[in-house]
Design a protein around this ligand. Structure first.
Ligand SMILES: NC(=O)c1ccc[n+]([C@@H]2O[C@H](COP(=O)([O-])OP(=O)(O)OC[C@H]3O[C@@H](n4cnc5c(N)ncnc54)[C@H](OP(=O)(O)O)[C@@H]3O)[C@@H](O)[C@H]2O)c1
Length: 318
């Protein structure tokens, strides 16, 4: 079996709306109910062996929940990661119209968000630029990069980027060139990789061979891997995934996650489960291995990044 671990991402746990394809949406979206659920999922994760937790200031109250959970549980062996660059602006308004999070990759935003996120130290191990892009100029912003390098030296953090969109490969390549005194600034890359979107495979493999930390997000394509009449374009894939799920006696989520384990073998794959049931089903991915010909078949299901990301941009917040 590979050394890849499953971590928990808090994107769906700290705010009432998120862009996932969801089957059962809780009608009670109060802060109290969300907090209770977040703690339940965090506790269950730890009990089931998860030690890596990923959050961001834009995940509503996600950072606050994770901080309180961490401070009250006192586990010695957890690793936390957070990000800077997006601000949550939906203010817990259910059905908020417009953008729920606003991007700003400036030095002042970095300093402002670091002032809050630093409370996660010393369990905070990875600090990331949230959705680095080429057009935001963040990978050339010497003030931001120098400040990140300062935080790296001062706190022994790994500095990372997260990437999304059709230009993931270019963004990752650009980030990998940033160095201070000959030492790479970025030690960690969080990217989208799944059955439909496999464009980062080669660059992530290369970075793994250089001992970089590779974290995979959206391994379930925001829920699009589950059979869904809205996405008839994936019918052939859905049929094949169901065949494998029946064969291995697991859910489609475990097959999709296992594909990432067996094909890429990243450092960490984030589960985005918003409840303990989905979490347990996701963790079934740890208990079997796909055959080489099954991996080959799944590799063949990749779609063009421009199609994948267009479809993702049309997903509704719910
Ligand atoms: N730019 C960035 O930095 C960025 C962007 C996206 C994500 N992330 C990180 O990656 C983490 C994971 O990504 P994600 O949550 O967006 O995507 P994901 O893992 O691809 O998708 C999660 C979706 O799958 C559903 N699901 C999971 N297990 C299921 C099951 N057994 N049965 C039915 N549905 C199931 C979830 O439903 P439920 O909600 O109902 O459980 C949710 O709709 C996030 O929490 C975050 O930490 C980072």
């Amino acid at each position: 079996m590979s050394n890849t671990k499953i971590g928990l991402g808090l994107a769906a746990l700290g705010r009432p709306d998120y862009i996932n394809v969801r089957s059962n949406i809780s009608t009670d979206k109060s802060v109290g109910t969300f907090k209770k659920n977040a703690f339940k999922v965090l506790d269950k994760s730890y009990e089931l062996g998860i030690r890596d937790f990923d959050v961001a200031p834009s995940y509503g109250l996600g950072e606050e929940f994770l901080l309180e959970w961490n401070n009250t549980r006192h586990y010695k062996d957890v690793n936390l990661s957070t990000k800077f660059g997006y601000t949550y602006v939906a203010n817990w308004e259910i059905g908020f119209e417009g953008k729920h999070e606003v991007k700003e990759h400036s030095l002042s935003k970095l300093n402002e968000q670091w002032e809050i996120s630093k409370a996660l130290l010393p369990k905070l191990k990875i600090y990331q630029i949230h959705s680095a892009t080429l057009d935001s100029g963040v990978l050339n912003n010497i003030d931001v990069l120098s400040r990140l390098n300062e935080l790296k030296q001062e706190h022994g953090l790994k500095i990372g980027i997260t990437s999304s969109g059709t230009e993931q490969v270019k963004i990752i390549k650009e980030a990998s060139k940033v160095n201070f005194n000959g030492e790479d600034l970025f030690d960690s890359y969080q990217a989208t990789f799944n059955i439909f979107e496999q464009s980062c495979f080669a660059i992530l493999q290369q970075l793994l061979s250089k001992d970089k930390t590779i974290i995979i997000k959206e391994a379930l394509a925001n829920g699009r891997v589950f059979t869904n009449s809205q996405f008839k374009n994936y019918n052939v894939i859905y049929n094949y995934l169901e065949t494998l799920a029946t064969k291995y006696k697991v859910g489609i989520d475990a097959i999709a996650l296992r594909f990432v384990f067996d094909h890429l073998e990243p450092t960490l794959i984030l589960s985005g489960a918003s409840n303990t049931e989905h979490l347990k089903q996701n963790l079934n991915a740890l208990n079997f291995k796909l055959l080489p010909e099954e991996i080959t078949n799944l590799k063949g299901f990749a779609v063009l990044p421009k199609h994948y990301w267009l479809e993702r941009s049309n997903l509704a917040w719910n």
